[in-house]
Design a binder for this molecule. Structure first.
Ligand code: MN
Ligand code: MN
Length: 400
């Protein structure tokens, strides 16, 4: 009797509430295929790329992005990491992208994430349009960064002679490049009558436009110089502040025996009000000491060299993983961590991005030197004389 009631109730639930995501039957069929989501096989393959981790029942804090096959476009490539292949990265996703000279990542916006980017090689031309009709058109060289606020319209073009390689970092772990809002996709999905009325073009002219999302387009011939690449409406005002910045030109905050950290927060780069970036160089064997960030998650990309990432997750849980060039790491807000260059002869260059505009860290060194020696002696159960032998390393980030 009870089984029958439960079965009937379940049947009712299934009929009354169809699976989440199932389109209501009254909705018109979309003219475009739905965005590509990773298949079960792709997700399984991605899981096998999780970094070499020795965690105790913890999720992997690293992901071998360098081993993800690139998605090839006419004029560029992309590979991405987010919660779909790197589950721990709940609040930050990343995309490694290349564009040939003259290839344009088309006009688009992101509904659910701001875009922070670092140019690894070559030169990129960006355009960024604000909700108040202002624009910035700028060329960003290797070592430079840009910040596009959530929802603002933008484009990225590879410039000659070599094109460009860059890392895009989004403050939403579920972000995927397949869910961007692109101008060609939109036009292809708008009724013809509205387009002819709105754009003032004939139906024949509109029928010559792309029928689906272009994503990357390319021009035959040279891209004009920045001085000749002006807003079509010459009355367009410039953005109130620059949305590009030279990260590699920033004076290092800390330099020790060749290792250095450059931090660019909202203080140095006000446009990037809710994201901070850092470029760290670790000499062979050098370590970014034990610390945590009270206010932000940390996303890492190995620009060159390799890195060991140690993460402390409380309650006796910890993990250590090894990252190679092109791999990504993630440390959730508040988790203790340290980074080390394990190489004996190669320096490591590491890009670090935080999802907060203020840079906040508490270094274990500082913590231990701010409390009274007797407190620490009691805590660590050693004589106070031993505590007094500990060096005081105020704000010393890197251990040579
Ligand atoms: Mn974008
Ligand atoms: Mn950190």
């Amino acid at each position: 009797m009870r089984t029958k009631i439960i079965t009937a109730a379940l049947l009712f639930l299934v009929v009354a509430f169809p699976a989440v995501g199932q389109a209501p039957s009254t909705q018109a069929a979309p003219t475009q295929p739905p965005p590509e989501r990773p298949s079960a096989a792709q997700i399984q393959a991605a899981k096998s790329l999780a970094g070499t981790d020795w965690g105790k029942g913890l999720p992997a804090f690293s992901f071998a992005l360098s081993k993800v096959p690139v998605t090839q476009y006419d004029g560029g490539t992309a590979r991405q990491a987010g919660t779909y292949n790197f589950p721990v990265s709940k609040n930050i996703a990343g995309v490694y992208m290349t564009l040939e000279a003259g290839a344009l990542r088309e006009l688009h916006w992101h509904a659910d994430a701001a875009e922070w980017a670092y140019v690894i090689e070559g030169r990129s031309r960006i355009t960024l349009t604000s909700p108040w009709g202002q624009v910035q058109v700028a060329d960003v060289d290797a070592g430079g960064i840009w910040y596009f606020p959530k929802g603002w319209g933008h484009s990225i073009e590879g410039l000659g002679p070599t094109g460009t390689k860059f890392i895009l970092v989004f403050n939403n772990g579920e972000f995927t490049e397949q869910s961007t809002f692109s101008i060609t996709d939109w036009i292809a999905n708008t009724p013809m009558s509205m387009l002819t009325e709105y754009l003032g073009w004939s139906q024949e002219q509109i029928e010559r436009l792309p029928k689906k999302q272009v994503y990357i387009s390319r021009v035959n011939g040279a891209v004009p110089s920045l001085a000749d690449s002006l807003p079509r409406n010459r009355d367009t005002p410039p953005l109130a502040m620059s949305h590009t910045y030279k990260l590699r030109g920033e004076k290092p905050e800390s330099v020790l025996n060749g290792s250095s950290i450059r931090v660019v927060s909202a203080k140095e780069f006000p446009a990037s009000f809710n994201m901070t970036g850092a470029l760290m160089r670790l000499e062979p064997g050098a370590m970014r000491g034990l610390h945590w960030h009270p206010n932000a998650d940390e996303w890492q990309f190995i620009v060159s060299g390799s890195m060991e990432l140690s993460v402390f997750a409380s309650a006796g849980k910890s993990s250590i993983s090894r990252l190679e060039t092109g791999d990504v790491g993630y440390v959730p807000r508040g988790y203790g961590h340290a980074l080390k260059n394990p190489s004996k002869d190669q320096p490591a260059e590491i890009l670090i991005v935080f999802n907060a505009g203020d840079y906040e860290s508490i270094e274990l060194n500082d913590w231990m030197s701010t409390v009274p020696a007797d407190t620490l002696a009691n805590n660590l159960q050693v004589p106070e004389t031993v505590i007094r032998q500990l060096p005081i390393n105020s704000r010393k980030f890197v251990v040579p």
